[in-house]
Design a protein around this ligand. Structure first.
Ligand code: FES
Length: 216
């Protein structure tokens, strides 16, 4: 048996009570605000603030020239590496700059930055530890190593948020940590990267010695 539903007819609608969606103020959030998480960190003092210098322009142009004119978007990885190398991380402003250099929309650059965990979205510490947490290293003690590094550097990892916000920085800004996936040296687990240096067989009891190697 069909049910009678009392659907108001247009003539019955009180226009004064209608709220039109397009009359509501809509907060505009850019694609960068939605997808890039770049809060300030104590590590920022160790890196120059992003700015486009003639040297950076020249370096970028040199990289772009290595690709055919109609394929210059392929230079997105080298350009991002340049930015991270000089400024420590990929800021929203730098994403806009890379996009404009390559004549692509910023979302195309965001896709690359958020896909590769090697690209950082906020400033790390002066010394950045990337501890492998994949199977061999996890079984070999990489979680204990991470705990020890945090204890010795006073890093609070409680707000780390997976792939979205993996980096935790010490209050002094000197140190930061993040977990990494397999660093391709499973036979010498546990392993970690400190800045660009690779360290093997780093059990938790070697954490203090490792930090000492990077004291300023
Ligand atoms: S599991 Fe750590 S290097 Fe492969």
């Amino acid at each position: 048996m069909s049910k009678n539903i009392d659907v108001p007819k247009p003539a019955d609608i009180d226009e004064t009570k209608v709220k039109y969606l397009d009359s509501q103020p809509v907060e505009k959030v850019s694609v960068l605000d939605q997808n890039i998480h770049s809060p300030a960190t104590p590590g920022e003092k160790f890196f120059p603030k992003f700015q486009v210098s003639p040297q950076l322009e020249a370096k970028a142009d040199e990289r772009i020239a290595q690709y055919p004119d109609d394929q210059k978007r392929s230079a997105v990885l080298p350009l991002l590496h340049e930015v991270q190398h000089h400024f420590g991380f990929i800021s929203p402003e730098s994403i806009d700059w890379v996009a404009s250099k390559l004549d692509i929309s910023p979302i195309k650059v965001v896709e690359v930055v958020t896909f590769y965990p090697g690209f950082r979205q906020k400033a790390p510490g002066r010394v950045h530890f990337r501890v492998c947490r994949t199977l061999s290293c996890a079984m070999g003690g990489s979680y204990e190593l991470m705990d020890k590094l945090c204890e010795l550097t006073k890093i609070d990892r409680s707000t780390a948020d997976g792939h979205k916000d993996p980096i935790s920085v010490s209050p002094c800004g000197n140190y930061s940590v993040e977990f990494a996936e397999c660093l391709a040296s499973c036979g010498t687990a546990p392993v970690c990267l400190v800045n660009d240096d690779f360290h093997e067989d780093i059990s938790a009891d070697k954490a203090a010695g490792l930090i000492d190697q990077y004291k300023a």
